[in-house]
Design a protein. Structure first.
Length: 358
């Protein structure tokens, strides 16, 4: 297959960094004695990073936890980490809930991050947390698109974003799972897609949609062509995870380890002076989906994760067992999957109807 190098897929595009969405005002009230402020937290951040890496948590978790610890540092005016106690974190979490009016989900993120920081970095426990003001989390019912709405959004997308969304909806992948796919995740002979690094580092297998078979193979040929160009330019390979990198030094140059959705430009690593290729940046896909949703004139707030919600809901509508859907989504707890029972119309004889329809 001849690859058109003028395709939008190969257009140069800046690799942006997503900024942290949880921000606090620049001026935060001082709730700490000035004699114990202005201390360095550098060693605490290093220990936090070490504890995260030892447990093989995702880079996103590290970024989120660091962000909340940094906010705690600002709130306490850089109080010596060794002198932090349960009252400091209680006051901070109450401040987030009362004065900042953060959502329940954001408060829970902050709570979990600081609990980890206290327990594994400072070697302390919160103690009783009944004095913390917490917002009650409401029942979350995800937004679900109809088949027609899904098709309209896909039609409004350009390649390769259209193919990304087809996999999000066709396999029920999260955006992170989709963009982290490599060539060796696809087994077209058996029609199986293997997700190695799902949420919680879980592994699962999914059926490859037959309707996408030829389109996925054609895309793989384009990736192969791009890989040949990279090798001719003596690039240093795709970014790899440490275990494989140490065991197989040249694995990053092998075709099977290339990203299925490679970034449009190489990334220069200043420390090693290497040119490596990353996967397509999440923000590019998110922006493309946002434009497509607007173009499709949807009356729903749809994001990349909406297609995963739609996948689960449409399978439930097709009478697939809830346990099967749980396995396909990679949920650890069936209660997480049960939320989709609220997104489909009941088929029981006791289905509620409006008095206007009586």
């Amino acid at each position: 297959m001849v690859t058109d190098m003028k395709s939008p897929y190969f257009v140069q595009e800046k690799h942006n960094v997503i900024n942290d969405s949880h921000s606090l005002p620049s001026k935060i009230p001082n709730h700490t004695e000035s004699s114990n402020t202005g201390q360095s937290w550098q060693s605490a951040y290093q220990r936090l990073e070490n504890e995260i890496k030892v447990r093989q948590y995702s880079p996103k978790t590290l970024k989120s936890y660091k962000s909340w610890v940094r906010k705690l540092q600002t709130y306490t005016q850089s109080k010596d980490p060794c002198t932090l106690d349960s009252n400091d974190v209680k006051k901070f979490l109450t401040y987030l809930a009362v004065e900042q009016d953060l959502s329940a989900s954001s408060q829970n993120l902050a709570f979990n991050a600081l609990l980890f920081f206290y327990r594994h970095v400072l070697g302390k426990e919160f103690g009783k947390t009944d004095g913390i003001v917490r917002a009650k989390r409401r029942l979350y019912i995800p937004v679900v698109l109809s088949r027609d709405e899904v098709n309209r959004v896909i039609k409004a997308l350009k390649y390769p974003y259209s193919l990304v969304v087809k996999l999000l909806y066709g396999c029920g992948l999260s955006l992170s799972e989709c963009l982290n796919l490599r060539i060796n995740n696809f087994n077209f002979d058996t029609g199986i897609l293997t997700v190695h690094d799902g949420k919680g580092k879980k592994k699962r297998t999914l059926p490859i949609p037959e309707v996408l078979d030829s389109e996925l193979k054609a895309h793989m040929e384009k990736v192969a062509h791009l890989h040949k160009i990279d090798l001719a330019d003596n690039y240093n390979g795709a970014f790899m995870f440490n275990a494989i990198e140490k065991k197989y030094k040249h694995a990053g140059k092998e075709f099977i380890w290339q990203w299925f959705f490679p970034a449009k430009t190489l990334t220069f690593v200043a420390e090693t002076k290497e040119n490596r290729r990353y996967y397509l940046h999440e923000s590019h896909v998110q922006k493309a989906i946002k434009r497509a949703v607007k173009k499709a004139k949807l009356t729903k707030r749809a994001t990349a994760h909406t297609f995963r919600h739609s996948y689960a809901s449409h399978l439930l509508e097709a009478n697939f067992d809830i346990r099967t859907i749980q396995e396909l989504l990679g949920h650890s707890n069936i209660r997480t999957t049960m939320i989709y029972t609220h997104t489909v119309k009941s088929k029981t004889s006791k289905e509620a109807i409006s008095p206007l329809d009586l």
